[in-house]
Write a protein that binds this ligand. Structure first.
Ligand SMILES: Cc1cc2nc3c(=O)[nH]c(=O)nc-3n(C[C@H](O)[C@H](O)[C@H](O)COP(=O)(O)OP(=O)(O)OC[C@H]3O[C@@H](n4cnc5c(N)ncnc54)[C@H](O)[C@@H]3O)c2cc1C
Length: 397
């Protein structure tokens, strides 16, 4: 049960605390919650549809150093997320299943796993803030100037500010910005983790045959075991995806292992055996549980802040705009946006900054990065022969 948090006493500047509901407890939502906690906000609820926290499976996520610094400032030391100082990424070009060329780059350490990150965030949330098993069903203006969220398993929740960090199929986006539907980009990220004792955790490999990409990342799992985390990007028409899985790629945007049947596995594995060197295809073959994420596009957003009666609702992270995975920007956008939003709200709470002005300035800073990544994604995909060819316009600087 979610008990509405009573209005708090006024802050030293005389402002009373707004009540804030955050929808989604994956990455963007809990980062925002922790930043708000750090900034002195006390009336925050984090609503998560999944019945138990830490329930999802997820693969490798590359964080940039601004994101890692934000997390470090929240008390999550970098070594808890990234267990090595630098990483070596080897790209192997493939023709007829054989290596033709390889390049190697060294990057500062930045790759973590969704599990590590989600666990690190959720275990640090203040007691009573996280409400798993409560899916937000609807949003409407309340008589008292708040926004009202209808939830499964609890009474409606009133909030002065609702932040949707509810991912690619965001309810918030569908309600607040319905003119931007998801579009299938024509290929799928098939993913899995094969247990692997003692891999070299900082050695990452990319296989690049002409119309595909196979990423092999060793990973340390939260239970202390190690695995090879792989992602196999494969072209597939929407019709074929529907035929093989039973789902529309824009409706089921993330498939769990139980949703990937024998027909899909057989087709993906035979493509792996056609395109990848035998040792790479063997990793896929030896993995029991697979996930899948159809790659999606969306029109650029023009705003993040929306009015709901007298209250505000904001779209963040993938809820605002999912970007293609090759850009490695999705989680980073969510973290950067959350960081800026917490600062804007703290300026209002502690320094009496005009809330509309503070939020508008924050929005203007965020949107160009999102537009750039949305534009870049199709070019990165096309360079690997993945998805439909983008229009020949240049990528904005
Ligand atoms: C193959 C692949 C590789 C990627 N690699 C990278 C990378 O290297 N770097 C990077 O930055 N990003 C990467 N991403 C993107 C990254 O995973 C996403 O951008 C990130 O997970 C978005 O986080 P989020 O918290 O905004 O949304 P999500 O992770 O989608 O979380 C949304 C949460 O909201 C909950 N929810 C949904 N609806 C409701 C509701 N109605 N009520 C309550 N709760 C709800 C969900 O259960 C979920 O917990 C990759 C993505 C893929 C598919």
């Amino acid at each position: 049960m979610i008990t509405p948090v009573p209005p708090s006493p006024a802050t030293p500047t005389g402002h009373s605390q707004p009540s804030i509901a955050i929808v989604g407890a994956s990455i963007t939502g809990p980062v925002l919650a922790l930043l708000l906690h750090q900034a002195g906000f006390t009336r925050v609820s984090v609503l998560e549809a999944a019945p138990t926290p830490y329930a999802q499976s997820g693969g490798v996520i590359g964080l940039d150093h601004l994101s890692l610094a934000t997390l470090e400032a929240l008390g999550i030391p970098q070594h808890e997320l990234v267990p090595f100082p630098s990483e070596h990424v080897t790209t192997i070009h493939i023709t007829d299943r054989r290596e033709t060329r390889r390049t190697q780059f060294v990057y500062p350490g930045r790759n973590t796993g969704w599990h590590q990150l989600n666990t690190a965030l959720l275990t640090r949330l203040p007691d009573g803030w996280l409400h798993p098993g409560h899916r937000v069903r609807a949003l409407h203006p309340g008589d008292d100037g708040t926004a009202v969220l209808d939830l499964t398993g609890a009474a409606p929740l009133h909030a002065d500010l609702v932040v949707f960090a509810d991912g690619r199929r965001s309810l918030g986006r569908r309600l607040l910005d319905p003119s931007r539907p998801l579009r299938y980009a024509g290929y799928v990220a098939w993913r899995g983790q094969r247990p692997e004792p003692q891999p070299n955790l900082c050695a990452f490999t990319r296989y690049e045959p002409h119309t595909s990409q196979f990423n092999l990342f060793p990973i340390l799992r939260p239970d202390g075991t190690t695995a090879l985390d792989w992602t196999f990007y494969l072209n597939m028409t929407a019709e074929r995806f529907r035929y093989l899985t039973g789902y529309d790629p824009t409706h089921r945007t993330y498939l769990l292992p139980r949703q990937i049947g024998a027909a899909a596995r057989t087709v993906v594995l035979s493509e792996a055996q056609r395109l990848l060197p035998p040792q790479a295809a063997a990793v896929i073959d030896a993995t029991s549980d697979w996930n899948a994420a159809p790659v999606l596009d969306i029109d650029p957003p023009h705003r993040m802040i929306h009015r709901v009666g007298g209250a505000r609702a904001i779209l963040l992270g993938d809820a605002l705009a999912p970007v293609r995975p090759h850009t490695a920007r999705g989680a980073n956008h969510g973290i950067h946006q959350a960081h800026g939003l917490a600062i804007a709200l703290a300026q209002h709470l502690h320094h009496r900054a005009d809330l509309t002005a503070a939020l508008t300035a924050w929005q203007e800073r965020c949107l160009p990065a999102v537009h750039h990544a949305l534009h870049l994604g199709p070019y990165l995909g096309a360079a690997m022969g993945l998805g439909l060819q983008p229009s020949p316009e240049p990528v904005p600087a």
